[in-house]
Design a protein around this ligand. Structure first.
Ligand SMILES: *Cc1c(COP(=O)(O)O)cnc(C)c1O
Length: 218
């Protein structure tokens, strides 16, 4: 089942996005046991993402070599679990978090790759910078020592209003395209199990997929 699910998603994204860019699949592995994660890696999954800092820390030593992302809500007191381990911290959602990642990266003598999270639907229950403030936030983060901003990340609102969702994807992509040449952006992380087929047609080049690959039983 795991292989079939994984190959289905890999095949869906194999043609790249609507901009002709290759798409990176990040397996969202919260609650997924390490032996299952490692099986997925052996079957061709190159990137995984955890969304709880403790789980990230506990699994890190036993997960097979891969690009190990952090995709969850960040508490400043748990940033220490990520520094020097996360290949990409996707969910950087405030100035305080940028400051702390920078401070700890300097003291560990590593560079931390990050994406800045955009609260694209301006939702109360989601973290992130607004689209209006993301240019200023990117300028700020890119000046911080030992922090490298590689792009933007967002989560679409839970809605079946497709034209609205498309307009959100398109405005995020327009902002990404504006900042990309200035900061040498590489990733626009947008799309999960329920919406990646839409987001990759509207500018996303990185998707985070959990339940469709691993099932929802975990
Ligand atoms: C769990 C999770 C996903 C994947 O969600 P699915 O609907 O299971 O594909 C994507 N992004 C984040 C931040 C997550 O926590």
């Amino acid at each position: 089942m795991l292989n079939k699910n994984l190959q289905k998603v890999l095949s869906d994204i194999s043609g790249g996005n609507n901009k002709g860019e290759p798409i990176t699949l990040v397996g969202a592995t919260k609650f997924v046991p390490v032996d299952v994660i490692n099986e997925a890696i052996s079957l061709g999954l190159t990137d995984i993402g955890e969304n709880k800092a403790q789980e990230f820390r506990d699994k890190f030593p036993i997960v097979s070599p891969c690009n190990y992302h952090f995709i969850g809500t960040i508490q400043t007191n748990k940033i220490k679990y990520l520094i020097g381990k996360a290949s990409l911290i996707e969910s950087v959602s405030s100035y305080a978090i940028i400051d702390e990642i920078s401070r700890q990266s300097v003291s560990a003598n590593v560079t931390s790759n990050v994406l800045l999270q955009v609260n694209i639907g301006n939702e109360e229950n989601k973290h992130g910078f607004s689209l209006e403030e993301i240019s200023v936030a990117t300028a700020y983060a890119s000046k911080m020592p030992n922090v490298k901003v590689l792009g933007l990340m967002a989560m679409l609102p839970d809605s079946d209003n497709e034209p609205y969702l498309i307009s959100l994807c398109e405005s995020l992509r327009a902002k990404y395209d504006e900042l990309k040449p200035i900061y040498d952006f590489k990733h626009l992380s947008l799309g999960m199990s329920g919406d990646y087929l839409l987001t990759i047609k509207h500018g996303s080049n990185m998707i985070r997929v959990g339940s469709l690959i691993f099932g929802s039983r975990y």
